[in-house]
Ligand binder design. Structure first.
Ligand code: MN
Length: 331
């Protein structure tokens, strides 16, 4: 079984040194206090930055490839000028790593949505001369979401340059998600990324950018669970006086966009029942394996992939074939 994992986080020492010295946006302070503490813990820092050790771990587990991305929330908490420069430097470093190990590592670049024009130019650079495989956006930027009009240049560039956009979680912009230990992976992450995806669907953004490919972790951030109800309530609201005035006209049903524009990954969900629901909802050609290194245990995730009940075709697609198509990985 060829194993390609697509949500595998890293950082460079240079990135962490610069980023940890920058001011963060208002509202991001609590999240960044936690993230900087985590990233400063020696063992965790080594797991982010030591890619030789990562290769040895991959070898021991039979993992063929990792699609690398910067640890959440990337450059998004920082002032625009700092974030643009930091993203370029990180992407140069990521491209150098991928060039050294093209059979083992792919790369999802980082961009700064704070400056949509600069992000668009960076997408052209990373998909062109840098030879990377897409971008990761860690949900909101200063409480703003990609369906808002100022981000159109970023989405247009991603569509034009065939850069899949991995819509990764970060701590929610909403206060009620911040109490009781909820802002991170326990609950807030999936609520936040699911919200972002639903905004892109219901705003009509995917009528404006029909060729965009969006990637969601956690087997679709619970959207497969809700999808039939979302379609039914969207159709009901669209013909209900009052409610319809609040909704943009869509040319497709919500589930049509979900099946056309989204690909989902198994990151952090080693649950055969949830995978079964995802398979019935979008099929194996829209599901990719992911570990979510270094937050999840690679051995557990790979064992789930190897042993969960699947047909050969399903296992082949999920373990590598869907990822090779979506990210245009060489093999
Ligand atoms: Mn992750």
């Amino acid at each position: 079984m060829r194993v390609v994992a697509v949500e595998e986080h890293m950082a460079t020492e240079a990135f962490l040194r610069v980023a940890h010295g920058l001011d963060v946006a208002a509202g991001d302070e609590a999240e960044m206090t936690v993230m900087r503490t985590v990233e400063t813990t020696p063992e965790f820092r080594a797991r982010l930055t030591d890619l030789d050790a990562r290769l040895r771990e991959m070898d021991a587990l039979g993992q063929d490839m990792a699609l690398l991305s910067l640890n959440t929330p990337g450059v998004q908490p920082y002032p625009a000028a700092d974030a643009v420069a930091l993203a370029r430097d990180f992407n140069d470093a990521l491209a150098a790593i991928v060039r050294r190990h093209p059979d083992r590592f792919g790369g999802l670049a980082t961009v700064a949505p704070q400056d949509p024009a600069a992000a668009a130019a960076e997408i052209e650079r990373i998909m062109g001369p840098l030879g990377l495989h897409g971008i990761m956006i860690n949900s909101h930027t200063g409480g703003r979401y990609l369906d808002e009009p100022q981000f159109a240049p970023l989405l247009a560039a991603a569509e034009a340059h065939h850069a899949p956009v991995y819509l990764h979680p970060r701590a929610s912009s909403l206060a009620p998600y911040r109490d009781h230990g909820m802002p991170f992976a326990l609950w807030g992450y999936q609520a936040e990324a699911g919200l972002h995806a639903m905004r892109l669907i219901l705003s009509g953004t995917l009528d404006r950018f029909p060729g965009l490919t969006l990637v969601l972790g956690h087997l679709g951030e619970a959207i497969p669970y809700w999808l039939r109800r979302i379609d039914s309530r969207h159709a009901y609201a669209a013909k209900t006086a009052g409610a319809a005035d609040l909704m943009p006209h869509l040319s497709l049903t919500p589930s049509d966009y979900f099946r056309r524009n989204f690909v989902i990954t198994t990151s952090g969900i080693d649950d055969p029942d949830v995978l079964g629901l995802a398979l019935r909802t979008v099929g194996e050609d829209n599901i990719m394996f992911a570990i979510d290194y270094p937050y999840e245990d690679p051995a557990t995730a790979i064992s789930f992939l190897a042993h969960t009940p699947l047909t050969d075709r399903q296992r082949t697609a999920i373990s590598h074939r869907t990822a090779e198509r979506v990210f245009n990985l060489r093999h």
